[in-house]
Write a protein that binds this ligand. Structure first.
Ligand code: ATP
Ligand code: ZN
Ligand code: MG
Length: 503
């Protein structure tokens, strides 16, 4: 990695009498100040390779490597020059301006398509080298590490081109026995025909009438009584609106902004301000969108996408007592909203769904042990109560394998998907199975939310128990007639609700 920067420094007065002093300060800095941070025994750091002098300014060319970023070198020099020149000659540095800034670094391989990122003036490639011309950045932006993040983003985009379409790495961990299927119909269509469910009032939502609502609630009860309670998980109730900075910390804001539902607040609650809006509605029976746009603010939060971010938020900068570890919490109050667009199907891929999300925080050993216990309880539910044909697979996005983590780390961290066979989708071996829940362990969230223990390093994780997905898997295999359902599930379900008959 090579940084090449040209900048000008303007002093508060003429400097033509002091050129010798300046040149001496720069020479000394080159020996010591600009080499600080370079590991012992390594050649490197920043160097001033060219200086030109004007009436009250100097122009410097600085070349550096990854140990000392050239823009850091500029800040160090500015401070040093101001101090020394101020003390001796009563002139300080008034303005520092970056004239040009280029970084050259290695990438995996030359991308096929051009790459663009904000704040860059130009990006060019030559084999596995990238040359980035940095545009106008303020001192604050430079100090905030924009340059490093720009380099990282370019590398990500290069990798993304390479892995395009590869999705994720999928490795089968375990597969249940083949089970006999009770039918091959799509349960959503059949429930809709019978009036158990109705298409919701907006896209990708459903209205669950009593018979179907009870199925989801029974799934929830089973998950709580057979998995959460026996393992000692305790319930929390969280907010359904998630501020952007929380999603920046979890990575959702950059990862899935195209799937979020955004929330706007009214700009004012003053009825007077809304009067004209109300007049329009009363007269036209339509919402005056132009007016509405002026009366609501731009979003600063969104509707829950997954419940774990707000649990992490609630523990931000906290230290958890050893006696509370592993911390085992779950939320089942807040529904999740995702803009699934063209992917929507039935009740299994919807824009609003209901999940129980257990979130766990503890030492690596505690969580690896918990993972085994959770899988054991889940296995009991899927085998003995729902009697599903299902399987578990380890899934990792391809880029994770690139991130340089060892195989051991990949084993500990990462996600297990639980998938069920859906006979209405076709052949067992050929068709796509449905992910009906998952289970993950991560190191990054305790880091990004600065959640600490008294002594040990903390890991965290979550498991998304999708009630619509549990129901879809079960109904697709077992049918919607209670008389054919497995014994233990039937016992849980009890009497069928009376429901309603529509004419
Ligand atoms: P998919 O690959 O099916 O989109 P995902 O990887 O987006 O799933 P996660 O974010 O891991 O899902 O969420 C965990 C769980 O939440 C899933 O296993 C599933 O039970 C549920 N879930 C996710 N998206 C939906 C949806 N659109 N409709 C219903 N349930 C969902
Ligand atoms: Zn989660
Ligand atoms: Mg998804």
């Amino acid at each position: 990695m090579r940084f090449e920067l040209v900048c000008s420094m303007t002093f508060s007065g003429p400097i033509s009498q002091h050129l010798e002093d300046i040149s001496k300060i720069l020479a000394e800095a080159d020996e010591d100040l600009l080499k600080r941070g370079v590991p012992k025994g390594v050649e490197g750091g920043a160097s001033v390779v060219d200086v030109s002098y004007g009436e009250d300014e100097i122009e410097l060319k600085i070349v550096s490597d990854r140990y000392v970023r050239a823009h850091d070198a500029v800040l160090r020099l500015k401070k040093k020059l101001s101090q020394e020149m101020g003390r001796k000659h009563h002139v300080g540095i008034r303005v520092v301006e970056i004239v040009s800034y280029e970084v050259t670094f290695n990438i995996a391989s030359e991308p096929e398509e051009p790459i663009k990122i904000p704040f860059a003036e130009g990006i060019s490639f030559d084999g596995d080298m990238c040359r980035l011309k940095i545009g106008k950045l303020t001192q604050e932006q430079l100090g905030k590490n924009y340059v490093d993040r720009m380099i990282k983003r370019i590398k990500e985009k290069v990798d993304a081109q390479f892995y395009k379409g590869k999705g994720e790495q999928w490795n089968l961990l375990w597969r249940s026995e083949e089970k006999e299927m009770n039918w091959e119909k799509d349960p959503t269509l059949e429930m809709e025909k019978r009036g158990w469910i109705a298409k919701g009032p907006t896209k990708g939502k459903w209205f669950y009438r009593p018979k179907a609502a009870k199925i989801l609630r029974i799934m929830e009860r089973i998950a709580i009584e057979e998995v959460m309670d026996p393992l000692g998980f305790e319930e929390v109730i969280e907010s359904m609106m998630v501020p952007f900075d929380t999603w920046i910390d979890t990575g959702h804001m950059a990862g899935v902004p195209n799937e979020m539902y955004y929330v706007s607040e009214p700009i004012t609650r003053d009825p007077k301000e809304w009067e004209e809006f109300v007049d329009h509605i009363k007269i036209s029976k339509e919402v005056p969108m132009e007016l509405l746009r002026k009366l609501v603010s731009e979003p600063k939060s969104g509707i829950c996408y997954a419940q774990c971010p707000v649990v992490y938020w609630s523990l931000k900068n906290q230290t958890i007592a050893d006696e509370s570890l592993p911390l085992l919490l779950y939320d089942r109050t807040v529904p999740s909203a995702r803009y699934e667009s063209g992917g929507r199907h039935g009740i299994e891929r919807v824009d609003e769904f209901h999940r129980i999300e257990p979130v766990y925080i503890g030492t690596k050993e505690q969580l690896l042990d918990l993972k085994e216990k959770m899988i054991e309880r889940y296995r009991y539910v899927f085998e003995e109560i729902l009697e599903l044909e299902w399987r578990m697979a380890k899934v990792d996005p391809f880029y994770l394998q690139q991130a340089g983590s060892s195989e051991d780390e990949q084993d500990e961290e990462g996600t297990i998907d639980f998938e069920a066979y859906l006979p209405y989708r076709g052949d067992r071996e050929e068709s796509e199975w449905l992910e009906f829940q998952n289970l993950s362990i991560f190191k990054k969230y305790t880091e990004s939310f600065n959640i600490k223990s008294q002594t040990k390093e903390l890991y965290s994780g979550c498991s998304g128990i999708g009630l619509e997905r549990w129901a879809s898997a079960f109904l697709a295999q077992k049918g919607i007639e209670p008389e054919y359902w497995p014994k233990r599930f039937k016992k849980y379900y009890g009497e069928s609700p009376k429901g309603l008959k529509l004419l």
